[in-house]
Write a protein that binds this ligand. Sequence first.
Ligand code: ITT
Length: 200
Amino acid sequence: MKRLVLATRNAGKIAELRAILEAADLGVELVGADAYPDVPDVKETGVTFAENALLKAHALAKATGLPAVADDSGLCVDVLGGAPGIFSARWSGTHGDDRANLDLLLAQLSDIADDHRGAHFACAAALALPDGTERVVEGRLEGTLRYAPSGSGGFGYDPILQPLGDSRTCAELTPAEKNAISHRGKAFRGLVPVVRELLG
Ligand code: ITT
């Protein structure tokens, strides 16, 4: 079995990509970056999701000598020209304070009417090999923003993004329903032919 390492400590992301790779029967074993505790964290100094995903994937591939996958994602609001974008996790100033980030965004958009509340989740998933070979796949989940949060599932901005064609927010979907349409699910599934090409 070939080993592939994913640059995250988020168990949900590891389980999601592992299930996708197992279903594709590629003979690849996925491990999280936790398996390599000495690998230093990488500063996300890029200005796009793809740049940040590549930075993380290359650093992990170099440090472990293994093929590495990394993703970067966020919420892009049309009327804000794509913000919060790469700043999604720290929009309110504190990294990872989901509730404060969401409350600030809702306040900023309080006067914006239904017709102009379009937004999407975006994800870039990068695969890097220790020899420097790289590929990036991107996925999107298009939707509209609610005026108030609804639902208790998911994380981040899930309670305010309503996918196009649904009447529920992402936080009201089951994990399987969300994975089937999500930006990350699309990007991770897009990695299957890339893994087959480079590691098969
Ligand atoms: P890592 O540890 O793997 O880096 P993270 O929690 O920093 O994961 P991401 O880089 O994937 O998360 O996402 C950055 C932010 O974008 C995240 O904190 C959320 O605010 C938002 N976001 C990304 N994907 C989301 C999703 O599926 N649902 C809701 N919010 C999301």
